[in-house]
Design a protein around this ligand. Structure first.
Ligand SMILES: Nc1ncnc2c1ncn2[C@@H]1O[C@H](COP(=O)(O)OP(=O)(O)OP(=O)(O)O)[C@@H](O)[C@H]1O
Length: 579
């Protein structure tokens, strides 16, 4: 039950059980001193009641006191060990589990959820839950169960007094649980406003240069201020709502002691209750309400945690991209057959796309902006699953192949290069983990990296900064190409791979690429017609469908879209900016 309720691992649920049991014992151990006090008070009252003084000596009380202190210390120590250490281990497992899950999700998932939302779930929600699992849950269960055990014992002694003690607590719990929906609603609003602000902060940091260049900084910051103020408002409203509910519940609980005194006095005066039992119930009532009041406070923390858990469970339930991890192909031709695809329901990006990119040939995807070139290239690597038709590699449907296994056969150079805050060597090595230094250097040379790397203070051991921030666009692109060359996979996808290079570098890189791309299936997206002219096969994508197909010469002769694009580019190369 604990495992399902709190989405725990098997070990986490076991540790949580141990923590709760330890917490029950540590709560019960705190009741013993009251029992001892009661015994002492009764002994001291004996002469007043006309009974001959009789009972344990002061020395025995001292020994019992020390014994109780040791028991209290030990039970709390065991509880601490069971809960805190286990909670941190569980939290680490939860983060790893989420990261593993994200790895297997299709890119369509990341289109629905933004990055700051996922970062909040993995970092901040997990940290909040650490505290809840380490402290709140064992404490709340421990206190509630130990109080229940005490109350059950009291029921056997005198059910009327036990009811008097317990009834305000039951009422208070009903108020709290009844207000759960309202608290959750407020909590969701608070969470949403935090996510909105986190999103804007991230966007601000990413686009600060563009904002500055367009003098839009102040306007953007004003919008951000509003979002930050909204967090304050929603947080105050949440705190006011949950504070009001908790205080109401605690007020009800405060009636418990007077009710116990009144009922007890009534029963005592009617001779239905002995003085000893009356005192015992009073002592218990004075002891039991404080921890129960703590339970009230902690309950809203648990409501909050349940919302965070729901967000995590929603990620865990997302359908994964699955498939076989072993597949054999007849060559590496990539065939699109009547492919239909949309990112969002109802908005078709590709309709009925059919073409084959043959092994040993360079297939160029060209066409007007927004025509679906990048989408087609990404679908060929199963970044998304298509809705209609099929895509095959060497005759095998790629939707049946595990994405990670499939990508082992692909080397990809994207338009927007991603580099890690590592050395240049480390960044190229990502292409193939087991590559030797010599192989990395050979790939770097072929990708025209050598010249600029030699000028860096530490050569290939230079750390490139976050996403290669210390390098130019062309340098980043060359590292990314070196990475792809090193991988030496049978399928190569190049999306605007040489767009950031100057003509000199592009030409020598093209020569290196042509040698290395032999016998491979190459799908290339290039806007420069010079690059496309060297392709074996050209597919013109316009409005999400194949408008023309053939060799560059055939398409030029046809005199339609492709020819028009070539002519336009020739014209634009003669443009001059004049004032
Ligand atoms: N992740 C995405 N989510 C939703 N829509 C997208 C996404 N990526 C692209 N699109 C849309 O799909 C359509 C095709 O985009 P795509 O990037 O494939 O075109 P393209 O031909 O490569 O364009 P360009 O030459 O400008 O790079 C466009 O209308 C674009 O707005």
């Amino acid at each position: 039950m604990l495992r399902n309720l709190f989405a725990l691992t098997e070990q986490g649920a076991k540790d949580m059980k141990k923590g709760i049991i330890a917490s029950i014992f540590s709560s019960l151990s705190l009741m013993f001193p009251m029992g001892l006090l009661l015994m002492l008070v009764m002994q001291l009252l004996q002469p007043l009641l006309g009974i001959e003084a009789d009972g344990p000596s002061l020395k025995l009380y001292s020994v019992l006191c020390i014994g109780l202190l040791i028991i209290i210390f030990l039970t709390h120590y065991v509880q601490y060990r069971c809960t805190y250490i286990a909670a941190y281990a569980e939290s680490a497992q939860r983060r790893i589990g989420l990261a593993e899950k994200l790895r297997t999700l299709p890119l369509s998932f990341f289109g629905k959820r933004d990055l700051s939302d996922l970062t909040t779930t993995m970092m901040s929600d997990c940290s909040d839950l650490e505290r809840v699992f380490a402290y709140t849950i064992p404490q709340i269960f421990g206190t509630a169960i130990s109080c229940l055990i005490v109350c059950l014992c009291l029921f056997f002694i005198d059910w009327r007094m036990a009811l008097a003690i317990l009834s305000p607590f039951i009422l208070a719990i009903i108020v709290l649980i009844g207000s759960k929906r309202l608290q959750n609603r407020m909590d969701l609003k608070k969470m949403q406003s935090k996510l909105d602000a986190a999103d804007s902060i991230q966007e601000f940091l990413e686009s600060i240069r563009d904002l500055q260049a367009n003098n839009q900084e102040e306007e953007y910051l004003a919008g951000l201020d509003q979002k930050l103020e909204k967090i304050v408002h929603t947080s105050i409203r949440y705190e006011m709502t949950s504070g009001l509910m908790i205080t109401s519940a605690q007020m009800i609980l405060r009636f418990g002691f007077p009710v116990t005194v009144l009922v007890g006095t009534l029963l005592l005066s009617q001779g239905h209750l002995s003085l000893f039992l009356f005192l015992m119930f009073l002592v218990t009532a004075s002891r039991i309400y404080d921890p129960l009041s703590g339970v009230m406070m902690q309950l809203s923390e648990i409501f909050n945690a349940m919302l965070q858990l729901q967000r995590m469970k929603a990620i865990e339930k997302e359908p994964e991209q699955t498939g076989t991890t072993q597949y054999s192909t007849k060559g590496y031709d990539i065939s699109f057959s009547h492919v239909g695809f949309s990112y969002q329901d109802g908005e078709d990006v590709l309709t009925d796309v059919t073409f084959t990119a043959k092994q040993g040939e360079v297939t160029a995807l060209v066409g007007p902006s927004g025509g679906g070139k990048s989408t087609t290239a990404k679908l060929a690597a199963r970044f998304w699953d298509i809705q209609k038709g099929s895509i095959t590699i060497g005759g095998t449907d790629i939707s049946k192949i595990d994405p990670e296994t499939l990508l082992k056969d692909y080397a990809i150079v994207f338009q927007d290069v991603v580099l890690f805050n590592d050395t240049i060597m480390g960044n190229i090595r990502l292409g193939r983990k087991d590559a030797t230094n010599e192989e990395i250097l050979a790939a770097a040379r072929a990708a025209q990296c050598d010249e600029f790397v030699q000028q860096l203070p530490e050569g290939y051991q230079t750390v490139v900064g976050e996403n290669g921030s210390t390098l130019s666009g062309g340098e980043r692109q060359r590292i990314s190409i070196a990475r792809a060359l090193l991988k030496n996979a049978p399928v190569v996808l190049l999306d605007e791979a040489t767009a950031s290079l100057d003509v000199e570098n592009e030409t020598s890189l093209q020569t290196a690429l042509s040698a290395l791309l032999k016998e491979k299936t190459v799908l290339i997206i290039a806007h420069r017609m010079r690059t496309v002219m060297g392709a074996d096969h050209v597919v013109v994508l316009a409005d999400g469908h194949v408008a023309e197909e053939g060799t560059p010469k055939q398409l030029l002769d046809q005199g339609r879209i492709f020819r028009h694009m070539v002519e336009l580019q020739q014209e634009s190369s003669n443009w001059k900016i004049s004032s």
